[in-house]
Design a protein around this ligand. Structure first.
Ligand code: KIV
Length: 268
């Protein structure tokens, strides 16, 4: 078997330069992370979406740094090849750059993530500079920024108006200048994502941002049909695992109730 070549920020930059698409998904535990890694995913995000898909919350706001460190630690232990990015949760990087540095350091040192992701444009530029200066790779996140849901009150598409589109483009340029190694573009028109992708030398990773981005990310529980509470238009479901699991559990219950499980082969 060939030696596994670890994905790095430099590898991601080269993939953009060579026009090779970057594949990314979220994971929150060791088993899922190792399955995604074995399947050849390039980047695994330990997303704060853990709050909605695993913890049963309505938004990503409640998840804490300690919880992210716990989940990111599980993921890092399951990965050999993919590049592992950990989300900085709500308010862990906006109070001060010193606090951001301390919190990102905990995610890296304790949970072994290789980079952190933070949401926002102009207000987080000092933070991006401070973290990258300290050797912490930072991924930006523009467009729909779910941590600000209570400020905006809606998950609508961002950047449909030209002023908002221009702001996204300007924020993306500033994030690159501040040292970000990549940027997630969430729920923005294809044309806006295409302009950002053309302008930047760092990779753009889209979610609901059309096909022109340098890579694509989805929440793994969404694309596997495990999380079915709602179905955003940008999610392609590759399986219907919630229905599969329900069917398997119903069969198990029936077998136990009928005395059909366990049989002689399954007993000692
Ligand atoms: O938390 C998350 O899963 C994310 C992705 C949607 C990009 O930020």
């Amino acid at each position: 078997m060939g030696k596994t070549r670890k994905i790095t920020t430099e590898a991601l930059r080269r993939m953009k330069a060579d026009g090779r698409k970057i594949t990314a998904l979220t994971a929150y535990d060791h088993l899922f992370a190792s399955l995604l890694d074995d399947a050849g995913i390039d980047l695994i995000l330990v997303g704060d979406s853990v709050a909605t898909v695993v913890q049963g919350e309505d938004t990503t706001v409640p998840v804490t740094l300690d919880q992210m460190i716990y989940h990111a630690g599980l993921v890092s232990r399951g990965v050999r090849r993919a590049f592992v990015v950990g989300d900085m949760p709500f308010l862990t990087y906006r109070v001060s750059t010193e606090e951001a540095l301390h919190n990102a350091g905990r995610l890296m040192q304790t949970a072994r993530v290789e980079a952190v992701k933070i949401e926002g444009g102009q207000p987080v530029l000092d933070c991006v500079r401070r973290l990258t200066d300290a050797g912490i790779p930072v991924m930006g996140h523009l467009g729909l920024t779910p941590q600000s849901i209570h400020k905006f009150g809606t998950y609508r598409v961002r950047g449909e108006e030209s002023s908002e589109a221009e702001q996204i483009l300007e924020d993306a340029r500033c994030l690159e200048q501040a040292g970000a190694f990549g940027v997630v573009l969430e729920k923005i028109p294809t044309a806006v994502a295409a302009s950002v992708t053309r302008e930047l030398t760092i990779p753009t990773i889209g979610i609901g941002a059309g096909p022109e981005c340098d890579g694509q990310i989805l929440v793994s529980y969404d694309m596997l049909g495990l999380f079915t509470r709602f179905h955003p238009r940008f999610v392609r479901r590759y399986r219907e695992l919630a229905a599969e699991i329900r069917g398997a559990v119903e069969s198990y219950c029936a077998d136990v109730r009928d005395g059909d499980f366990p049989n002689a082969d399954e007993s000692y």
